[in-house]
Write a protein that binds this ligand. Structure first.
Ligand code: UGA
Length: 431
């Protein structure tokens, strides 16, 4: 098929490459000309495993091209995916300006039938609203269909998730649209659910809010473990053996971050408010998550009283491993609290360091893990990068000013760390 994807962010880029790899011809459109030029030269705008190779492969096969000309994209394609950002506004509402700008451009430029697929996470009722805008802009009913097709991929595993999703959900009222979507998703083996647009739109929010609540739930249990001497790893493992619970998303720590869970949980609460539904569980999940990131600061203040002139090392800056995305990362809240407490900060991350460098000037950025640890009064692990699994504990002990680790992701073996003479704190582990 001839496909246009509008927006070359995480979702748009992965969707473009995924469909190009499957043999479709894709034009991916973005307003950022620098990004377009880099992508056409095979240089990815984000870090994602396997993405660079797939980009180069698809460019060589001429299955994909990047452009900043949206009209060209609309003219050359039968299916148009909208994958632009829907960021959070201050009042927890969603900023839909990018989506509506794109809708205006498409509706003013289509000459014959186009299928418009909304991939961006959008409030419930958006498909209907977009449909109305097309009709109001004089586009005939025969010339378009609008489909809601939310994305479920995870950063760090995005390409894997594109090809191996648990389900594909397609919300549309039109048989014509359903037929095209069926053909487009023909190569996929997972279950495809055809439903109403509202159901599709809500499924996305419900899934993310449920997963976020699961994390906050286990984090509260972990906080209790710390108080009563129970072990969160064993509690989570034993809970997870119950098939109804499942072991996934039961990793306790300093909380979730990223561009999705924080934004989508708040948006769902806001949407509920508009309809007179008070989402108490989701509100609770948000509150627990916001407090969770302060745990390392509390431990430090208990230990040192004042953090003035203490050297604190942050290991891991991205909101999760295998990505350079730092949006709403717990590490940033921790850095800000440390700055307020006049601590000296050193940080290290295998990939995300340059993104943080653009935000804070008065902290020390290290490109070598052991440089970041030298003379430190405490290490805080904020992201469970693989390389932190094989820390040289002896070297750490010798090079720190005071040997202390706060393991915000419960990734180290506490017993081994303590045996080396390093003070160890976790989120609810007894070891
Ligand atoms: C999430 C969803 O998992 C995707 O299905 C969805 O498509 C995506 O949001 C989106 O809406 O676009 P993502 O934010 O990329 O994906 O990453 P996750 O792997 O879900 O992790 C989110 C956060 O939860 C991370 O900060 C992670 O460290 C944290 N987490 C995850 C925990 O603290 N404990 C866990 O057990 C699992």
């Amino acid at each position: 098929m001839e496909i246009c994807v509008i927006g070359a962010g995480y979702v748009g880029l992965v969707t473009s490459l995924g469909f190009a790899k499957l043999g479709n011809n894709v034009i991916c459109v973005d307003i950022d000309i620098n990004k377009v030029v880099s992508l056409n030269n095979g240089i990815p705008s984000i870090y994602e495993e396997g993405l660079e190779d797939m980009l180069i492969e698809c460019l060589e096969k001429k299955n994909i091209t990047f452009s900043n000309n949206i009209i060209e994209g609309i003219e050359k394609s039968n299916v148009i995916f909208i994958a632009v950002g829907t960021p959070e506004k201050n009042d927890w509402d969603i900023d839909m300006s990018q989506v509506y700008e794109v809708i205006s451009q498409i509706s003013n430029n289509i000459l014959n039938y186009r299928l418009i697929v909304i991939k961006s996470t959008v409030p419930i009722g958006t498909q209907k609203k977009v449909n109305k805008i097309f009709l109001e802009n004089g586009v005939s009913v025969d010339s378009f269909d609008i489909v809601s097709n939310p994305e479920f991929l995870r950063e760090g595993r995005a390409l894997h998730d594109f090809f191996n999703g648990d389900r594909i959900i397609i919300g549309c009222d039109s048989l014509r649209a359903k037929k095209i979507m069926k053909e487009l998703y023909e190569p996929f083996t997972c279950e495809i659910i055809y439903t109403s647009p509202e159901t599709a739109e809500l499924t996305k929010y419900a899934s993310n809010a449920f997963l976020a609540s699961k994390i906050s739930f286990i984090n509260e249990i972990a906080n209790l473990c710390n108080k009563v001497g129970a072990d969160i790893e064993t509690v989570a493992y034993a809970m997870g053996l119950d098939e109804r619970i499942s072991p996934k998303f039961l990793r306790a720590g300093i909380g979730y971050g990223g561009s999705c869970f924080p934004k989508d949980t708040k948006a769902l609460v806001k949407i509920g408010d508009k309809h007179g539904i008070d989402f108490k569980i989701v509100r609770g999940a948000i509150e627990v998550n916001e407090k969770q990131r302060f745990i390392p600061i509390r431990i430090l203040l208990n230990k040192y009283g004042s953090l003035e002139k203490k050297i604190i090392t942050i290991l891991g800056l991205s909101f999760k491993p295998k990505t350079d995305d730092i949006r709403d990362s717990p590490s940033l809240t921790i850095i800000e609290e440390l700055i307020k407490n006049n601590a000296n900060i050193k940080c290290y991350d295998p990939i995300a360091i340059d993104k943080v460098r653009n935000i804070y000037s008065n902290i020390m950025y290290c490109y070598n893990l052991y440089d970041a640890i030298e003379n430190s009064d405490c290490i805080i692990i904020c992201t469970e990068w693989d390389e932190f699994n094989s820390l040289n504990l002896g070297k750490i002990k010798d090079s720190m000013n005071y040997p202390m680790i706060i393991d915000g992701r419960n990734m180290l073996d506490g017993k081994k760390v303590r045996e080396k003479g390093i003070e160890y704190y976790s989120i609810g582990k007894s070891n």
